[in-house]
Design a binder for this molecule. Structure first.
Ligand SMILES: *Cc1c(COP(=O)(O)O)cnc(C)c1O
Length: 430
């Protein structure tokens, strides 16, 4: 076993400073057990912890690091910008530059607003939809995560079309009552919700590629019908592409499926590893955002020049010909290696994958809804996770989380990792 002495000491101290010793809950290793590793540095697809152990990383800061750690293009651009100061609270040319990169390469957006996190982007998009439609209710789907926005920390109740229950203490009942939760892939229930709350639903919000609760399979037909239903009933369709945006293609899931939502939210990759979020829509919808319109939204550090620079450098790489094709092929080869081993041994195990997002599932079944995930699989994930940590491969510390492949992972790195995952599965199913 590798030494975790320094991480253990740091975690003990961190617990005296932060709830659970962390600044975001999943980092605490609660669902896999053991001590979170304190990371000292990252380079390419590798991270090194405070004890000097190095790992091939498939967590990648939970998605933002499409180009891997410490990418030289991003580092140089950030360095160039930071020489001139870090924040002005006044417009900079860099904001125009990133907006131009985004808007001239996206068929679904005419205007955008930068914010500082995915949560902030979603929160603002929901307010905009409410302001634009003059309605209060939001329809969301069980199994989709949209950040820690009060209105969206709501999970399904007992019925099929229900007011949900809050999934966090501290969420006002009034907000919970304005959130309707429906299972994924059930367009009949979406229609039922629209009938029941005729004229009251401001927006339908969905992760078009739900990747925060496993990687749930949502059909293109369902998304297409969702767009039609929203239009028919005068509600806006919000694609929350905080995870899928710039991950499955430059135009995200909207481009992959060629479905035009009314509002799109971004985060993660858009900031190149810095805190950036964004929401965008047509000129008409965005004209309602202050100071043009009456929907208030602001941010002291919004459009921060250092963060914009990182975003510019990252998205410039994404636009290079073949970028996504290469990433897709590489991930496909990686997944196939593991699948071949699994098929040979006949393990009840699958890897779901879209582009460079993948999810290890301890089942033979299709998984199209959150409740189809067997919690017993999480015990198996715990064993696999521990084995991989001892063998130089780092996955996010929860079986409900997806893994990512970056442009920095080489075929060799992926071959090594696939072999370790196969060995780990042999242990899990021994
Ligand atoms: C990560 C994520 C968020 C929240 O973004 P933060 O930057 O963590 O606030 C919202 N929606 C989706 C789909 C996400 O994956």
């Amino acid at each position: 076993m590798i030494s975790r002495k320094r991480s253990e000491e740091l975690f003990t101290t961190a617990k005296t400073y932060f709830p659970g010793g962390v600044n975001s809950p999943v980092r605490a290793f609660k669902s896999v057990g053991g001590t979170p590793l304190f990371i000292k540095k990252g380079d390419g697809c590798r991270i090194t912890d405070e004890d000097g152990n190095t790992f091939i990383d498939f967590c990648l800061s939970w998605g933002p690091l499409l180009l891997g750690h410490n990418n030289s293009k991003i580092r140089e651009k950030v360095w160039e910008t930071i020489q001139n100061g870090t924040s002005f609270g006044a417009p900079t040319a860099l904001e125009n530059e990133l907006a131009d990169l985004i808007l001239s390469n996206n068929r679904y957006l005419e205007k955008i607003r930068f914010v500082s996190s995915g949560t902030e982007a979603v929160m603002s998009a929901v307010r905009l939809a409410r302001g634009f439609t003059g309605r209060d209710k939001i329809l969301k789907f069980e199994g989709c995560y949209h950040g820690h926005v009060d209105s969206l920390l709501v999970k399904a109740g007992s019925g099929l079309v229900t007011f949900g229950n809050s999934s966090s203490a501290g969420v006002p009942k009034g907000l919970v009552n304005d959130t309707i939760v429906v299972p994924l892939n059930r367009i009949d229930l979406v229609e039922a919700a629209f009938q029941e709350f005729e004229g009251q639903i401001a927006a339908v919000i969905i992760e078009p590629i739900p990747a925060n609760n496993g990687l749930l399979q949502v059909s293109k037909e369902f998304l297409f019908c969702l767009a039609c239903k929203a239009k028919k009933h005068g509600a806006l369709l919000i694609f929350d592409e905080v995870i899928s945006g710039y991950r499955v293609g430059f135009e995200g899931a909207a481009g992959l499926y060629d479905i035009a939502p009314d509002i799109i939210t971004y985060g993660k990759i858009i900031g190149g590893g810095f805190p950036v979020g964004a929401y965008g829509a047509s000129k008409e919808i965005m004209s309602r955002v202050s100071p043009d319109g009456d929907v208030y939204q602001a941010g002291t550090l919004s459009g921060n020049p250092v963060a914009m620079s990182a975003g510019i450098a990252a998205l410039t790489e994404c636009l290079k010909p073949g970028f996504y094709e290469q990433l897709d092929q590489k991930t496909s080869r990686f997944v196939s290696r593991i699948e071949a081993h699994v098929a040979e041994r006949n393990y009840p195990f699958r890897i779901f994958r879209i582009g460079s997002i993948f999810w290890l599932a301890f089942t033979k079944n299709d998984i199209r809804a959150a409740e189809e995930i067997d919690p017993a699989g999480m015990d198996k994930f715990r064993v696999l996770h521990a084995f991989l940590l001892d063998n130089g491969v780092y996955f996010g510390p929860s079986g409900y989380e997806v893994g990512f492949v970056s442009a920095a992972h080489t075929d060799e790195d992926l071959e090594f990792s696939a072999a370790k995952i196969c060995e780990g599965l042999d242990l899990v199913y021994a």
